[in-house]
Design a protein around this ligand. Structure first.
Ligand code: F6P
Length: 318
């Protein structure tokens, strides 16, 4: 078979581990493997490169994506989708793997609906893709945020300050919940369950009256701005409240071992799926088991927020 792989949307640490696994598993199966450069735009513009075993050497431990990526809004148009499918047919490709988050997986579904064999692989630090417990990149981002908060904790403790830390996540609070629980935050603010700042202010006053000297509030970018919330909490409590936006540092750096493992499993499973003619699916993981999820349901459904972790974080922040 002639197989191709691309990365699309925001990069996520572990994407390179997927590419390495897909390429090597494809070559083991006697297939020819191509990398499409710069995501869906590259598909339409026809930029590709053949990938050999040595092309993917020494990338398992690197963040970002060796194939480059982009956000390509034009792919919503059916004309553009048809151009992409025509390009792949002209090239003589038999199957495509799309690595990315919700927007990219919706694009994969559109390609599949147009009759081309495609398999999706969920990769997004937001961890907001329906049908999979984990997306590639989430674990690394949680580790990155936790490490940043640990560092800020030293200065917060020295000055006895409160910090509001804004994290990514787009419209989802999954990253804020995971990182907030792991970092021991006093409050986590997510778009799925809005909270009145007065409630947070009251909690800060109670815990500080009991002797707490510093506190952290993790706010998801989809819920509020750190600066705004910090100013509001300062006005309500009189405490010194600083704010930090972690930005793209959350997405960079070497992937965690978990993301490399998941990437290796997902890349290999994508090749097997295409070999078996099982396409129009996303490779996912549910309760520790690799599974297939129809791309149609991924495209149509929302992943529910993990409220049990949010509640636990609140209970533990005494
Ligand atoms: O989807 C991943 C993500 O990092 C979101 O959390 C964030 O809102 C967005 O991408 C940022 O996008 P960009 O890197 O294009 O600014």
């Amino acid at each position: 078979m002639e197989l191709a792989i691309l990365t699309s949307g925001g990069d996520a640490p572990g994407m390179n581990a997927v590419i390495r696994s897909f390429v090597r598993q494809g070559l083991l199966g006697q297939h020819r493997v191509w990398g499409i450069l710069r995501g869906l735009e590259g598909l339409v513009r026809g930029t590709r490169q053949e990938l050999k075993t040595e092309s993917v050497a020494d990338i398992i431990m690197t963040g970002g994506t060796m194939l480059h990526t982009c956000r390509f809004g034009d792919f919503h148009s059916p004309t553009t989708q048809q151009m992409a499918v025509k390009q792949m047919r002209d090239w003589g490709l038999d199957g495509l793997a799309v690595i990315g988050g919700n927007g990219s997986l919706r694009a994969a579904h559109a390609i599949s609906a147009a009759g081309f064999p495609v398999v999706g692989i969920p990769a997004s630090i937001d961890n907001d893709v329906y049908g999979t417990d984990d997306c590639i990149g989430f674990d690394t981002a949680v580790n990155n945020i936790t490490a940043s908060i640990d560092k800020i904790r030293d200065t917060a403790s020295s000055h006895e300050r409160i910090f509001v830390v804004e994290v990514m996540g787009n419209r989802s609070g999954a990253l804020a919940i995971g990182a907030g629980l792991a970092a021991g935050a006093e409050a986590i603010v997510i778009p799925e369950r809005p909270v009145n700042p007065e409630v947070i202010a009251e909690r800060l006053q109670t815990t500080h009256a009991r002797g707490k000297k510093h506190s952290f509030i993790v706010v998801a970018e989809g819920a509020d701005r750190a600066e705004r919330l910090a100013n509001e909490l300062n006005g309500m409590t009189g405490f010194e409240v600083k704010w930090v936006v972690l930005g793209h540092t959350q997405r960079g750096g070497p992937p965690s071992a978990k993301d490399r493992l998941l990437g290796s499993v997902f890349g290999s499973a994508a090749v097997s799926s295409l070999e078996q003619g099982a396409h129009g699916v996303m490779i996912g993981v549910q309760n520790g088991k690799t599974c297939w999820v129809p791309l149609a349901s991924v495209a149509e459904s929302e992943k529910p927020a993990q409220f049990d972790w949010l509640d636990l974080a609140e209970q533990l922040a005494l």
